[in-house]
Design a binder for this molecule. Structure first.
Ligand SMILES: Cc1cc2nc3c(=O)[nH]c(=O)nc-3n(C[C@H](O)[C@H](O)[C@H](O)COP(=O)(O)OP(=O)(O)OC[C@H]3O[C@@H](n4cnc5c(N)ncnc54)[C@H](O)[C@@H]3O)c2cc1C
Length: 382
């Protein structure tokens, strides 16, 4: 039984505790899904999560706009990740893909949210390019004003849900200024002429991923989110919300690895006694539990701070993501070790977790980038 004591921490309100309990029961009944065909599995997950109401926190309600509930996002990601990495992915992308629309979209643009929250449309976030991943401000894709339209040309890569999304939030250079101040954000429906999938990308923990080509993709000026030149600020504001949730997914993976290890240590006999009686094993379990709790504290501090109305939580979110993802990697590695040969057997839960965790230390700002962000915040504040 996973540790639920953290739900009594003062960071949460009763609605978060209720969410954790009811979602746990839903996961036990519905997950994991067959992942043989990841596109089909993702579509099914989005539809199921949507129809059963779990996608509600991913975006604001256009009917009665309010802030995103970051604690609800984190509790949901942590719970889903503990059961099924692909379910967490399906949930997370509905939020990341529409974050800019929730935070800065016009009422017309926000009509997409009714569909993404219901699981009737799939969304994606298209920021990275072949020559600008960490170095976002250097992006090359252009959006040129032509009458009442912008014409988008270039490439985006590593786009999660690329190929299955119905709508993309796309960032492109509009040129108001060099670097970060010359980028704008757009809502681009997937069926817009000139937008295509140049390549599908396969990674160690499969999920829908693609390189996209934009060949003179024409969108109306009303597709711009915010003002010309606001794109970088918009992207960073979205990441400010969703970075803590990446940490929460890592926490879910780490909790599962810890639970599996505790079970294994109790069941497996070594040298005539349960493995759990070996002090070195106890040492590993203690380290794992410590890292899990410390990660949870940083994540829910960041989420709570944002929910309490902080305009930005750059430092808190970067700390939460960095610590939770790096430590989850260590916790899962220990779990693999404690499972012996079974730990590296294809399809074993800890083998799956070992593959699942790796990309979280790279996307939405690599661990090294989070360190730069934290240092800048700390030194800037000094
Ligand atoms: C599975 C997966 C899903 C993704 N999904 C999306 C998505 O949906 N949308 C999207 O837009 N992008 C997505 N990405 C892209 C992701 O955000 C980029 O891969 C990431 O930002 C790193 O960029 P890069 O791959 O170009 O590596 P690079 O920018 O070349 O960086 C390589 C490495 O250099 C180091 N480094 C970089 N900058 C610094 C620095 N300032 N100081 C010190 N070291 C540094 C880090 O170790 C980094 O990992 C995804 C990536 C993966 C792997």
């Amino acid at each position: 039984m996973p540790d639920r004591s953290f739900l009594n921490w003062p960071f949460f309100e009763d609605r978060h505790r209720a969410l954790a309990e009811t979602l746990e029961a839903w996961c036990a009944k519905n997950l994991p899904l067959d992942h043989h065909d990841v596109d089909a599995a993702c579509r099914e997950l989005v539809a199921k999560l949507g129809s059963d109401g779990w996608l509600t926190p991913t975006a604001i309600d256009p009917g009665k706009p309010g802030p995103l509930d970051v604690r609800a996002l984190c509790v949901t990601r942590e719970t889903l990740a503990r059961h099924d990495g692909l379910a967490d992915f399906a949930f997370a992308m509905q939020g990341l893909g529409t974050g800019a629309i929730s935070l800065f979209g016009t009422p017309d643009q926000q009509r997409w949210l009714e569909k993404t929250r219901a699981g009737e449309s799939i969304s994606a976030f298209a920021l990275s390019e072949p020559r600008s991943g960490s170095d976002v401000a250097n992006m090359e894709m252009t959006a040129v004003l032509d009458g009442d339209n912008y014409v988008l040309s270039g490439e985006k890569t590593w786009i999660s849900n690329g190929g299955i999304a119905d709508v993309y939030t796309v960032f492109a250079r509009t040129g108001e200024a060099p670097g970060a101040k010359g980028i704008s954000a757009f809502v681009v429906p997937a069926n817009t002429k000139g937008l295509g999938v140049a390549e599908r990308l396969e990674v160690i923990a499969p999920h829908p991923l693609a390189r996209l080509s934009f060949d003179n993709v024409r969108v109306p000026t009303s597709a711009m989110i915010g003002k010309p030149g606001d794109g970088f600020r918009i992207a960073m504001s979205v990441l400010d919300v969703f970075r803590s949730t990446v940490g929460a997914a890592a926490l879910g993976f780490a909790r599962r690895a810890l639970d599996e290890s505790v079970k294994r240590a109790a069941e497996r006999k070594l040298f005539g006694a349960p493995m759990a009686e070996l002090q070195m094993v106890q040492g590993h379990i203690a380290d794992m539990a410590l890292d899990v709790d410390a990660a949870a504290l940083l994540i829910y501090r960041a989420a709570w701070t944002k929910d309490m109305g902080a305009a930005r939580v750059t430092r808190e979110a970067a700390m939460a993501k960095l610590f939770a993802t790096d430590k989850a990697q260590e916790v899962i590695d220990k779990a693999v070790q404690l499972h012996g040969g079974d730990g590296v057997r294809k399809g074993h839960i800890v083998e799956r977790l070992y593959r699942e965790i790796r990309a979280l230390r790279i996307y939405e700002g690599a661990s090294d980038v989070q360190k730069v962000v934290i240092a800048r915040q700390v030194m800037g504040a000094a």
